[in-house]
Design a protein. Structure first.
Length: 319
């Protein structure tokens, strides 16, 4: 099966590329920088890199002339927007214009399935104790979430007005894992990785609060779930949450590391003196996964605790 993965050089895109390649899919990995996936290309003969800058104005019909894709997984999306003034042409081109082009290309070329990776951060209510299902109110107060909402709306339109291409929207929770890296489209490392990096260096972690909570999910759970959605032929819904039902705080990360005899030094201090600064805007509610679990019975593969420990030791092995 021929699968095109956009954003294949990013954190989640690279992991999906590697996971599907291991299961003998033929992968066309679309990336702006081939070096980001050079190890994957070296290891898997069934991965072919296509280098292109989605900020440009290339015709997809010309770019993919001669290619035949059965599945498109659209993971390319720029996240590095803090304020309204940060929005630039790149964000518009990558998040909106190029994504619209890929949707139209999929329909015109009669691609069997188009999987769009949206975000569970799109939900309006992110209070502790809340669990968001796919019908909950969504937010548009930040450009990133506004962009996701616009694309989801466009997908709903195409899904209702044609039947050749099956569309799937996956609202992905907060992911972490050992292969994370900062890039032009991914502004920060996840909080678990920030903490693990400092623990490995035996640094004192200066942090302003331990009470920020999120629905952390190890990247292996996400790549596993996406493979299942690629393979599934009978999906009842358009939108699915993929992530964690539970939320975890900094205290939980510290507890897991300490329980596994990993030394961690930290102190609570004022924001001015912190090496990690957190605020309540970073909180995320848990996700209702009832739809997901009707498609994938064995989920998750890796618990939060196992994910933290796997990340710690896999990163340590690489150094």
């Amino acid at each position: 099966m021929n699968v095109l993965i956009t954003g294949a050089g990013g954190f989640i895109g690279a992991k999906i590329t590697e996971h599907l390649a291991k299961h003998n899919f033929h992968i066309y990995a679309l990336t702006s920088n081939k070096n980001n996936i050079k190890e994957i290309i070296r290891e898997f003969k069934n991965v072919e890199a296509i280098t292109v800058d989605l900020n440009g104005n290339k015709s997809l019909l010309d770019l993919f002339k001669g290619y035949k894709f059965e599945i498109i997984i659209h993971a390319a999306f720029a996240t590095s927007v803090n304020t309204f003034s940060d929005i630039n042409e790149t964000h518009l081109n990558v998040n909106l214009i190029s994504t619209c082009k890929f949707i139209q290309f999929a329909v015109k070329q009669k691609v069997k399935k188009f999987i769009f990776l949206s975000s569970a951060g799109i939900y309006y209510n992110q209070k502790i104790g809340n669990v968001n299902n796919e019908a909950r109110k969504i937010r548009t107060d930040k450009f990133y979430f506004l962009s996701k909402n616009i694309i989801e709306s466009l997908i709903k339109f195409y899904n209702l007005n044609q039947y050749e291409t099956k569309f799937v929207v996956l609202r992905i929770g907060t992911i972490f894992g050992e292969n994370e890296r900062v890039s032009h489209s991914r502004r920060n490392l996840s909080l678990p990785l920030q903490i693990i990096n400092k623990v490995k260096k035996d640094e004192l972690i200066k942090i302003n609060t331990l009470d920020i909570y999120r629905e952390y999910c190890h990247i292996d759970n996400i790549s596993y779930a996406i493979k299942k959605f690629v393979e599934c032929h009978s999906l009842k819904h358009l939108i699915y949450n993929v992530g964690s039902e539970e939320v975890y705080s900094v205290k939980d990360i510290i507890k897991v590391l300490s329980k596994n005899n990993i030394k961690i030094n930290y102190e609570i201090c004022s924001e001015d003196n912190c090496t990690i600064v957190l605020d309540s805007d970073q909180n995320r509610s848990g996700l209702n996964l009832s739809r997901l679990k009707k498609v994938i019975r064995e989920y998750p593969l890796i618990s939060f605790e196992k994910g933290i420990i796997k990340t710690y030791y896999d990163m340590k092995t690489k150094q």
